[in-house]
Design a protein around this ligand. Structure first.
Ligand code: FES
Length: 336
């Protein structure tokens, strides 16, 4: 059995972020399975056999791996709280997280997790259209389960490079028949978004998860749909609008009692870390929520894919890995 190096310091640092604190929990990797080409499913259990906390469709957990914290959507059956499952794609440009899961992790290992947390909440509706690209299928699985249990009308359009790379495709078709529209690209081309989204449909929500180019096209199609219809989860933060602020500004850290300057080529996170202040972070790209920090004062230009428009307007927190002071705001005061 391999035990991951002690991460208590991470927990302590995370706890120092006030209401955005996190608690780490040790779990055992009970099972590792290849569920598609390059996709490995992890089944996790508590050390004492107790149940995990209740979670909702769209939730994810952080896996605390050596030198990495990575977020993965939960894709286990909602009703079975004796285990948590996540599925991890082995990405070529992995910064270490997926490579470790595929090459370094073994059944019986004890690792630490944080969460579940939910940045992709599932809203009740009469009808749903789910769209998944590649490993983006994972948060959609519990949503399908919830929609089915509630007797809602739904369909899934699921695309991938090839059938062999599309995790859970066969079992979805076997279970739900023609409500599953599969688009293996090497057989039928890309997902038919024109057919699915060209015309707005009444009382239908669209939930989409997948690569950034897919989500951008879906967003374009849904521009003319009523507000609030489209819900997306990204692997990378949305690209910035032209003209986004890149001026230097100051950040005052209330807990540390120092002020640092953030230069145009630095993130707040990098500037703060350069002063020896540790902040729990993971994706460093505005998509996981790990670095969420309370804003005491100052106006923020939000660049993340986590906060809702209302939360951005409210302005009491920010993702310090990507977000900055708004143009004309010389100083942010942060609870760090
Ligand atoms: S580290 Fe993931 S949002 Fe900042």
């Amino acid at each position: 059995m391999q035990t991951i190096p002690d991460t208590a310091a991470l927990a302590a640092e995370a706890g120092s972020t006030g209401r955005f604190g996190h608690e780490l929990e040790e779990v055992v990797v009970e099972r590792l399975e290849e569920v598609a080409e390059g996709v490995r499913r992890l089944t996790l259990r508590t050390l004492d056999g107790s149940e995990f906390a209740r979670w909702e469709p769209g939730a994810h957990i952080d896996l605390v791996l050596p030198d990495h914290v990575r977020q993965y959507s939960l894709c286990s059956p909602l009703a079975d709280r004796s285990r948590l499952q996540v599925s991890v794609l082995h990405t070529r440009d992995s910064r270490g997280g997926s490579r470790y899961v595929h090459q370094g992790l073994a059944e019986g290992d004890v690792i630490r997790i944080n969460g579940p947390r939910n940045n992709f909440p599932f809203v009740d509706s009469r009808k749903y259209l789910f769209i998944a690209g590649g490993i983006g299928i994972t948060p959609i699985l519990p949503m399908i389960e919830a929609a089915e249990a509630a007797g809602r009308e739904w369909r899934l359009a699921y695309g991938g490079r090839s059938r062999a790379s599309m995790a859970f495709a066969d079992e979805l078709v076997e279970r739900y028949g023609d409500r599953i529209l599969l688009f293996p690209e090497d057989e039928v081309g890309r997902i038919d978004l024109e057919g699915l989204l060209a015309l707005p449909r009444a009382k239908m929500l669209v939930y989409a998860c997948g690569p950034e180019p897919l989500l951008r096209v879906i967003e374009d199609y849904c521009m003319g749909w009523p507000p609030g219809v489209l819900h997306t989860e990204r692997f990378v933060a949305a690209s910035l609008d032209a003209g986004a602020s890149s001026e230097p500004f100051e950040v005052e850290l209330t807990q540390t009692g120092t002020t640092v300057t953030v230069t145009p080529d630095q993130t707040v996170l990098e500037a703060v870390e350069a002063q020896g202040v540790r902040v729990l972070s993971s994706c460093r790209g505005g998509i996981c929520g790990t670095c969420e920090t309370r804003v005491v004062s100052g106006e923020v230009e939000h660049r993340d894919a986590i906060l809702s428009e209302d939360e951005k307007q409210f302005g009491d927190s920010m993702m310090v890995c990507v977000s900055r002071a708004a143009a004309g705001c010389p100083k942010l005061v942060l609870d760090l």
